[in-house]
Structures are given as structure tokens and as C-alpha cells.
Ligand binder design. Structure first.
Ligand code: TRP
Length: 327
């Protein structure tokens, strides 16, 4: 089975965009791939984050992933910092990557713009990401559109390493879900639902209770017409609702549009479908949150599985660049 790997930042509560756009595909990939998923707590250190908050978010993100259906019996789920080879491999790759190519990363440029003090970790962030990927010989990396450039860099660096030291690293390919998998902000339907923009009413959290979900969907921005039609270009808000209801019920947005005359009815059914979609996940989450020992045990088991693969790759790479093997 082909190897896939992906990573998620421990950035707090999962929202519908993360879940429908990414995590649901991770769950499906478990059965068709040898899948590795990590909570990238080391990457989160590039942000200003309180230590206790980072720790609890890392735990919570792992719980969210388990609740969403990642099953440690069918995939390898682990916390990045539990496998020390990530930072070791990142160093080897930092000695292959160049300042020029890292300086061209859009994410770096955006996050560092206008700051007079920029952390080195923010600059080398994509190299650590490349290390995450090559350590597991991942062929395919499911990521959002915003990560394409980082994946291109990972390919570039892996190729350069192989060229210089021999064919030791698998060159990964990005796998970006189709546009339809993009969930838009309910208040600003022209932009993606995102944790990093503050739009509480526009963001449906996986943890939201039914009343919250109903409220957010009811207040979702649509348009001044009264025709239910799937047309993301001119009717982004309404089309987003149609897509959500379609995804939740396994239909197509156009098909869903045909069943409604009034915006209000569409909103009501969309809210109900989302409540129903999220209910099992929320129940599992509650269960797991009440059993921290079990979560810790699952993560330890995941780290152990991950370490086996990662240390073999790291050893291979370390010997290839000329590091003396310890006796
Ligand atoms: N940078 C990715 C993001 O912000 C997270 C990430 C870290 C990742 N390491 C990875 C994604 C490895 C895929 C593979 O979404």
C-alpha cells in the first residue's frame, strides 16, 4: 500500500473546514494507504503560544482526530515531538536547502512582513515540514491548497539530497482535494473557513452544540435574490450552504438545489444535517476526553510505530551524508 503522511497544527478546536476539507479524507485513506498522521507541535513553536496552551491543544487535537475516526489500529497517529528524528532530519535538510528558496515562501513572507524581529524557526519551518514527510518515505501528502509551495520545496530538497548523496529519499507528491471540498466562512463566503481569522459566527466548530450550529447557519450570509441555485461565482453564500448539505447527505450541490424553493428551508435542513453529521464525533470526543490515560497510551503506541520507520530513514540519510555511526 502506498504511504501517505499529513500533519496538522495543534491550533485549537477543529472547525468544519478542517473536518470536511481534510480530516474526512484522512479517515478514508486509512483503508487504502499505509497512513501516517502527526500533530505538529514543533511547528506550533514558531507562533507565540503559551506552553500550557500548546500542551492542551496538542492533546485536544489528537482527541479530535481520534473522534473524527482516525483509528490507531488502521493508521499511525502520533505527536511530532515524540519522534526526535524530525528535528535531526530537519538539520540534515537545512544543510541542503538554501536561504534563497526559503525566502521565497509566501507563508514566510506573509508572516514576517513588517516585523523587525523574525524567528529563525519561522524561516526554516518548511524544512521541518520536508523532514516530516521524507522520514516516512511518503509518496503522497494530502494538504490544502495553501501548502502547495511547501510541498514543492520538499520535493526540491529531497531531489537535491538524492542527487548529492545517492537515492535515499522518496520524493513526495502533494495531493490537494478538489475545490468543492473547500468550506467557506458563513459570514464571509468569499473566503475559506479558517481558524486564523476571527469570525466566530462564520466558523462552525466541530464541538459546537446543536443550538450553536442552528444559530450560525440561520445567520449565514446569502444574497438578495430568492432563487435557490448552485452558483459559487455569483451566489457564494448560498452555494456554500448547498455544498455543506450535499456533503453531509452524500448528494451533489446541484441536486440539493433542485429540492428547495426557499432559503429558510435550505438553512433549516443544512443545520439539521450538520448537527446529525457531527453528533457521533462529539459523543466520541466526550468519551475520549474523559479517559486521558487511554489517549496517552494510544499516542505512545503511535510514536513507537512512527519511530521505527523514522529512525531507519534517518540512519540511512545520516550515513549517506557522512556522519560517523556511533558504536
Ligand atoms: N504546514 C502544514 C499546515 O500548516 C502542517 C504540516 C506540518 C504538514 N508538517 C506537515 C502537512 C507534513 C503535511 C505534511 O497545514
Amino acid at each position: 500500500m502506498a504511504r501517505v503522511l499529513s500533519g496538522i497544527q495543534p491550533s485549537g478546536d477543529l472547525h468544519l473546514g478542517n473536518y470536511l476539507g481534510a480530516i474526512r479524507n484522512w479517515v478514508t485513506d486509512q483503508d487504502s494507504h499505509d497512513a501516517f498522521y502527526c500533530v505538529v507541535d514543533l511547528h506550533a513553536l514558531t507562533l507565540d503560544i503559551d506552553p500550557e496552551v500548546l500542551r492542551s491543544r496538542t492533546r485536544d487535537t489528537a482527541i479530535d482526530l481520534l473522534a473524527a475516526g482516525l483509528d490507531p489500529a488502521r493508521c499511525t497517529l502520533f505527536v511530532q515531538s515524540h519522534v526526535t528524528e524530525h528535528t535531526q532530519m530537519a538539520w540534515l535538510l537545512e544543510c541542503v536547502a538554501t536561504m534563497g528558496e526559503l525566502g521565497r515562501m509566501t507563508q514566510f513572507k506573509e508572516k514576517s512582513e513588517g516585523k523587525d524581529s523574525i524567528r529563525v524557526g519561522l524561516f526554516t519551518y518548511p524544512v521541518l515540514q520536508a523532514a516530516d514527510i521524507v522520514l516516512y518515505d511518503a509518496e503522497r501528502v494530502p494538504v490544502g491548497d495553501d501548502q502547495r509551495q511547501h510541498l514543492e520545496l520538499a520535493r526540491e530538497v529531497a531531489n537535491r539530497f538524492n542527487h548529492r548523496f545517492g537515492d535515499h529519499l522518496v520524493v513526495p507528491e502533494a495531493s490537494v482535494p478538489p475545490m468543492g471540498a473547500r468550506v467557506m466562512d458563513l459570514q464571509h463566503p468569499e473566503r475559506k473557513m479558517s481558524k486564523s481569522v476571527n469570525s466566530p459566527l462564520g466558523t462552525v466548530l466541530v464541538l459546537d452544540d446543536p443550538a450553536e450550529i442552528v444559530k450560525k447557519v440561520k445567520k449565514a450570509v446569502t444574497d438578495n435574490e430568492n432563487e435557490v441555485r448552485y452558483d459559487p461565482e455569483t451566489k457564494p453564500g448560498l452555494s456554500n450552504l448547498l455544498e455543506l448539505l450535499a456533503v453531509a447527505t452524500g448528494r451533489t450541490p446541484t441536486d440539493v438545489a433542485g429540492s428547495y424553493e426557499r432559503y429558510g428551508d435550505l438553512k433549516k435542513d443544512t443545520a439539521d444535517a450538520l448537527v446529525e453529521l457531527l453528533a457521533p464525533l462529539q459523543a466520541r470526543r466526550l468519551e475520549l476526553a474523559g479517559d486521558p490515560g487511554e489517549v496517552a497510551r494510544l499516542l505512545a503506541q503511535g510514536a513507537e510505530k512512527a519511530r521505527k520507520v523514522a529512525s531507519a530513514t534517518y540512519q540511512r540519510a545520516a550515513r549517506a551524508v557522512g556522519l560517523l555511526a556511533p558504536e
